[in-house]
Design a protein around this ligand. Sequence first.
Ligand SMILES: [Fe+2]
Ligand SMILES: [Fe+2]
Length: 192
Amino acid sequence: MRYSREQLIEAVSSQMPEKRWLHTQGVMETAVQLAHQYGADSEKADLAAILHDVAKYWPVVKLKEVLVENGLNDELLEHDKQLWHAEVGAFVAEKDYGITDQEVLNAIRYHTSGRVQMTLLEKIVCLADYMEPGRDFPGVNNIRELAKHSLEEALAAGLDSTISFLLSRKQVIYPLTVLARNDLIKQLEANS
Ligand SMILES: [Fe+2]
Ligand SMILES: [Fe+2]
């Protein structure tokens, strides 16, 4: 079946607590605003934002089951469970909600980790997830300021905050996040 935007919103919001739905609405609003600002497709930004956390509140066993049974990403299984919902989210967006646009699916897939050579849409959804109005963590206002003039600077600052947080807690860092951050720094250097 082909879901309308309203049906998708209903389906997604019913799978998460009110607080996470408010966050999702913030990501939708911010992603659309960034899409207008940086010349991306705002309908795709909206769609990816609606679905980005669809699997966030699924039980860990179910997330693992989807990853294993569909051979989705072996490396992810060795890393923080917090990362799993993004890969599973992209999978269910396609399988359960009929999203076929690879740009949208990849924006969901990489919204937590980032990756090397992120597309404009991937950067926008990942950054919107960091800086939506409901977010409150040290450095978030700096990220919002940077976003006014540079998508890459703002996103690099967001990834830095994730990496710093993990370092401070002596936790494992998903290598793709470091690669994503380095790639953004290189892009900024190349353009300076
Ligand atoms: Fe997420
Ligand atoms: Fe999110």
